[in-house]
Design a protein around this ligand. Structure first.
Ligand code: R5P
Length: 290
């Protein structure tokens, strides 16, 4: 097996290769002045199972073209199988034609990736209206969860936690993590008005006395979901706020805004950032072994 670190995957690919005692090679990617990219394998892929590790954040569309070019090249050069390990996989939130004429991105990305890979591994995919990866991909698609890693982090680092899921979909992380560490949890109600505007409300009595509030969610993007939730719980007297998320996208100074609101934030390293303290390389390595 050859683990290939793509532009946004090197922070995990090397660790995965070490854990599997497999070979590792960084995919060489260069950009031409006009924006086109060129990719090159620096190791022989012939006869090997090649795993492309790519996290789709930042220049997401470039990341997609990069893995398609790399997958096709690997096959042309004789790779036995080509897998995609995507710590963070994009375009899953547009899961419905909200307005006439819109692209349902989740379906298109699933079909596109299925054409080029033999199997895909995704950490905590954002599945809401569409609930199964098997509906999106025609290849084998494994959904991996970082919940045990998050639960372990909370157990070791946060005393007297009350786990709070900021919206209905977050139960897959918040409730599951709370069950693992055997502590209380509450799920809030969110209404989204736009990419930036959300309103969060409490739908039942919550006792926050002496509790360390721990928001658990899959994605933090603008941070507004968590900031809105903090406002609500502060009104009830909550004082200590933590937020543990899988994917820390942090656009528009989100991390800074959360810090100013006295929220201690930690994420997994599906996307590397200053607070990505929970390492999930083992999760991918374990599943590649199977
Ligand atoms: C959406 O349902 C996700 O689970 C997150 O709650 C959402 O993406 C967070 O976005 P933001 O940080 O921009 O409020």
């Amino acid at each position: 097996m050859l683990i290939a670190g793509c532009s946004n995957g090197t922070h995990l690919a090397g660790k995965i290769a070490r854990k599997l005692k497999a070979s590792y090679s960084k995919l060489r990617v260069n950009k031409f002045p006009d924006g086109e990219i060129k990719v090159r394998f620096m190791s022989n892929v012939r006869g090997k199972e090649v795993v492309l590790v790519q996290s789709f954040y930042g220049a997401i569309n470039d990341c997609i073209v990069e893995v398609i070019f790399a997958a096709e090249t690997a096959k042309e050069l004789g790779a036995k199988k080509v897998f995609l390990a995507a710590p963070y996989f994009p375009y899953l939130r547009q899961d419905k034609r909200f307005k006439p004429g819109q692209c349902v991105s989740i379906e298109v990305i699933g079909r596109l990736i299925s054409r080029y890979f033999d199997k895909v591994f995704i950490i905590d995919p954002h599945l809401h209206r569409e609930t199964k990866l098997s509906h999106l991909f025609s290849i084998k698609a494994e959904s991996l969860t970082s919940n045990p890693y998050i639960a372990d982090y909370i157990k070791k680092n946060i005393k007297n936690p009350l786990i709070v899921g900021p919206d209905r979909e977050s139960y897959k992380w918040a409730r599951k993590v709370a069950e693992k560490i055997k502590c209380g949890h509450v799920i809030l109600k969110k209404k989204r008005y736009s990419g930036r505007k959300v309103k969060v409300t409490l739908n039942k009595e919550v006792n926050v006395d002496n509790k360390n509030i721990v928001f658990v969610d899959d994605i933090i993007s603008t941070g507004n979901t968590i900031l809105e939730s903090v406002k609500n719980l502060r009104k009830l007297g909550a004082k200590k706020f933590n937020c543990i998320a899988v994917h820390g996208i942090f656009v528009e100074n989100a991390l800074e805004k959360l810090r100013k609101a006295n929220v201690k934030v930690v994420t997994t390293n599906t996307i590397p950032n200053n607070v990505s303290k929970i390492d999930v390389s083992g999760l991918i390595a374990e599943n590649l072994k199977k």
